[in-house]
Design a protein around this ligand. Structure first.
Ligand SMILES: NC(=O)c1ccc[n+]([C@@H]2O[C@H](COP(=O)([O-])OP(=O)(O)OC[C@H]3O[C@@H](n4cnc5c(N)ncnc54)[C@H](OP(=O)(O)O)[C@@H]3O)[C@@H](O)[C@H]2O)c1
Length: 388
């Protein structure tokens, strides 16, 4: 447990002096920006009391499972609407506070915790208000941000020190507005968390696309499902197009270890460990199954665009504003204890979860054969590719 704030601050500053941050301009400016500055996690020796703002959707249940395994106690704060679809059995031992980040934080008043994890920060004011309310009630605030803060992704090696866009520019199209809007919201929320708790008590984690059991987006899940079936499989993109992704459990576990080790700083939570191209990803993911498969590589971006395949996560056409979306640097996170389970393990677990009771049949049908399903159009696209 973090015994008192003075001990915490001393530890944080000492640790900061020992570690240099990749690509950081200087240690002082790195500290001011809250960049990575702690030693690798050592494991927990004290039970902590952790408050999760959120906790019942995708990332939260995995954080809870890992934290409880390590002896920590958990309180969650939600509106009471979203039910967990994995690790449900653990929630009987989780304290559940009900409120609304929009206008009702009453349940958080008059309590203390060792650390707060802000998963549900999807408005700047939400993070500002909760961090302000909790700054004297908890020692550490971990804000779950996103690599979306780097949009537009123009760099070839995007590090944590990259200057962020803090305002949505005028005169942009709808898609850009959505991308900018999310990144700008996350970037300003990071600033609010640091403003209230101080850079020396704030951890900021910026995950790339997370995949894993309980994913609600059905983006990455396409690949485990498709690869398990085998046959002729369309692979969009060029072989060396970079791809990045991370198992939600690797992020969740690492966040808990960062809290245990007072790993103050800002980190990109991005896998895999080293640069990977789209073809290497597909072969690696297919290793999870024994299905017979042949791959139809479609490297022509214009053809793909014409056939409505601008992306197939983790592949995203690496041009224009998305040039660097899968070129995010993960060295500081790795130096500070981020680890990655093998891709084939993630893919197999996602497949097993997809065909378990946790997922409704209707949802499976929508992804596999619904009107907007890429899987349903695949044979047609392959035929058009061959006939061009
Ligand atoms: N998925 C990705 O690939 C990805 C990548 C990068 C970053 N991220 C970030 O990761 C974070 C994790 O999201 P998650 O859904 O997995 O987290 P989670 O902690 O599992 O769930 C989100 C929680 O927020 C609660 N919530 C929503 N609106 C609320 C409100 N007005 N007041 C109080 N609670 C509210 C929901 O419960 P109720 O509905 O019951 O209130 C739910 O428990 C997000 O910040 C996301 O931006 C995700």
């Amino acid at each position: 447990m973090i015994k008192n704030r003075r001990e915490f601050l001393t530890t944080g500053v000492r640790a900061g002096a020992a570690i240099s941050v990749l690509g950081a301009p200087s240690l002082d400016s790195a500290r001011a920006m809250g960049l990575g500055s702690s030693p690798p996690p050592r494991g927990s020796s004290h039970p902590l009391r952790i408050l999760i703002l959120g906790g019942t959707s995708f990332l939260g249940p995995h954080q809870i499972a890992y934290a409880m395994k390590r002896g920590h106690s958990i309180t969650i704060f939600t509106r009471g609407r979203t039910e967990p679809t994995v690790h449900q059995g653990l929630f009987k031992d989780v304290e559940h506070l009900i409120g609304d980040r929009e206008d009702n934080l009453e349940a958080l008043k008059g309590r203390t915790w060792d650390a707060v994890i802000d998963n549900s920060g999807s408005r700047v004011a939400w993070t500002r208000d909760s961090a302000r309310l909790l700054r004297d009630s908890a020692d550490v605030y971990l804000y779950t941000s996103s690599t979306g803060v780097y949009y537009p992704y123009l760099g070839a090696d995007i590090g944590e020190e990259t200057e962020l866009v803090l305002e949505v520019p005028a005169g942009i199209d709808d898609e850009q507005e959505m991308e900018y809007g999310f990144g700008v919201m996350k970037a300003n929320s990071e600033i609010e968390a640091r403003r209230e708790f101080g850079a020396d008590r704030t951890i900021t984690v910026r995950p790339t696309y997370m995949m894993g059991p309980a994913d609600r987006t059905d983006r990455f899940t396409y690949w485990p499902v498709r690869l398990s079936r085998g046959g002729e499989i369309m692979v969009p993109g060029q072989g060396k197009d970079p791809v990045q992704y991370i198992d939600v459990r690797d992020v969740a576990d690492w966040m808990i270890r960062l809290i245990e080790s007072r790993g103050i700083g800002t980190f990109n939570a991005v896998g895999p460990a080293s640069a990977t191209g789209m073809h290497a990803f597909v072969y690696g993911a297919h290793a999870a199954f024994s299905s017979a498969a042949s791959f139809v590589m479609i490297p022509d971006y214009e053809f793909l665009q014409e056939h409505g395949v601008g992306y197939s996560i983790p592949w995203i056409r690496p041009t224009g504003d998305n040039y660097g979306s899968a070129r995010v640097n993960n060295q500081s996170a790795i130096a500070n204890g981020l680890t990655f389970r093998p891709l084939a393990d993630s893919v197999r677990d996602i497949h097993d979860w997809w065909y378990s009771d946790a997922v409704q049949q209707e949802r499976r049908e929508r992804m596999e054969s619904g009107p907007r399903s890429l899987m349903a159009r695949e044979a047609e696209i392959i035929a058009a590719w061959r006939a061009r």
